[in-house]
Design a binder for this molecule. Sequence first.
Ligand code: MN
Length: 232
Amino acid sequence: MDVSDLIFAPAVASLPIDGSSQRFPIARVFCLGRNYHWGATSSEPRSFPLFFMKPASSVVEAVGEVEYPPQTNEFCHEIELVVAIGTDGFRISPHQALEHVWGYAAGLDMTRRDLQMAAKAVGQPWEAAKAFDGSAPITAIVPVSRIGHPQQGAVWLSVNGVERQRSDLDAQIWSVAEVVSQLSQSVRLKAGDLIMTGTPPGVDALLPGDVITAEIEGVARLQVKVGARQPA
Ligand code: MN
């Protein structure tokens, strides 16, 4: 494919909509930094966490195999509640924020953690760690009209049947309404934007052949297998 194909038939990244033959078009993918307490330090400041982005093209359906990316020896899983924005908004108030949410999904913020640590150490941006091809496996979008706005429910992830991450949506430091409101102070949110809302503790590295099973209770469950490493 080259750009002349795209001019006549724009390739819009999209995800299936659960229970429908239609698809949800993806505008942008925002990701939140720390949104659960990690470890014993319960006195973390309530300042809004940093956000970063992945390209829409990094989204893949969370089925089958996920690619083991190049240039890493520490390919890590992060299970996250994904918020799908249905209505544009700027400077949205917390009370009105949920009206802008069209649906939810379960997603994996896949991370080349060795590259993230190297970038953090020298104050560089995180794209190499976070924005690679296939770095956002996400389930079908489940409409709010079906499940409402889940406020609690287990968030867990296991690898080869061994649990590695477990928390609950009610342990999120920033609620979905607060996240949508806060993010919309910084950017104009657009229909089709996705927000990955942060991961609980237990992030760890994966090996080729590992099977990841994960769930946001009340939203969706996923299972994917980690593919082979790229040949050297
Ligand atoms: Mn994350």
